[in-house]
Structure formats: C-alpha cells, structure tokens
Design a binder for this molecule. Structure first.
Ligand code: DQA
Length: 148
C-alpha cells in the first residue's frame, strides 16, 4: 500500500508559522512520524509539499499514474478557492482525505468554505497534526477492505 502525504502552501513553515495555531512541530518531524507509523502498518509513505498550485496538481496526476492507493492532503489556503485543485482531485480515482490542522470553522469566515470537500473521501479538521495520523489509519483500513 502506498499513501501520498501532500501539503500545500506555507506548510513548509510548520513549527515557525503561527505556532499558537499550528504548533511547534516541523513538517519534517510530521513526515518522519507518518513514515514510521506507515512502516508499522506496512504502508509506504511518500511526502510532497509545494507552495505552487500547479505543482500540487501535477503531483496529484502523477499519483494517479503511479497507482498510489490513497492521499492525505492539506491544501492550505487553496482549500478555500482553488477550483483547479478540486478538479484535479475529481480527475483521479484515488480516495483523498482533506486534513486541516486548525479548526477552520472557528476561525475567519473565509476559512469556513472548502471547495475541496465535495470531491474528498473525507475530512479531518481541528485535531492538530494528529489529524494526519488518523487519516493514515482511516485510509489504510479502507484500502485493506477494498483488497478483500
Ligand atoms: C490550514 C487552514 C487554512 O485555512 C490555512 O490557509 C492553512 C492551514 C490548516 O491546516 O489548518 O494554510 O489548512
């Protein structure tokens, strides 16, 4: 089983960026943690972060061509307005779990809408970095079920 962990704009600054909202752990720590959880589960984790919309779209297409089994995606602020990312997810048939570290619903109004959610397999919001691990467990269980 192969799962792609995709992070969008400004998430390369995890640990330094608004730590009162996003915590003090870095993206590297998060990715390493997910890799070790993945190896316990027999899941290969691929991680990619970009601040560029088109690079995220290209990575989603590549995941489809490489037969990735599931995707954990925090699209950052693109969540709220990127129809191009939404269409990219709709164009592939891989389950995508949308993850947000913060509880976007108790923040600014512009964060309440997700244009990604209608094409996502599911959504995890407001559980901090733990949300990524929960997404990994959920995707892995679903993929295992599909293989039977
Ligand atoms: C975020 C929430 C978005 O509104 C914000 O633009 C981010 C991070 C989150 O993980 O809480 O960059 O996706």
């Amino acid at each position: 089983t192969k799962i792609l962990v995709l992070n969008g704009p400004n998430l390369n600054r995890l640990g330094k960026r608004e730590p009162e909202i996003y915590g003090t752990e870095t993206l590297e720590m998060l990715e390493n943690h997910l890799r070790s959880k993945g190896s316990e589960l027999g899941v290969e984790i691929e991680a990619f972060q970009s601040n560029v919309e088109g690079e995220l779209i290209n990575r989603l297409h590549k995941a489809a061509d490489e037969h990735v089994d599931g995707i954990i995606f925090n699209p950052g602020a693109f969540t709220h307005y990127s129809y191009a990312l939404r269409d990219a997810i709709a164009s592939i048939s891989i389950p995508v779990i949308e993850v947000h570290i913060s509880n976007v619903h108790k923040r600014e109004e512009f964060r309440h809408q997700s244009v990604i959610a209608p094409v996502a397999f599911g959504q995890i919001v407001g559980l901090g970095l733990h949300g990524y691990e929960l997404a990994l467990l959920a995707l892995n269980q679903w993929i295992e079920g599909e293989k039977k």
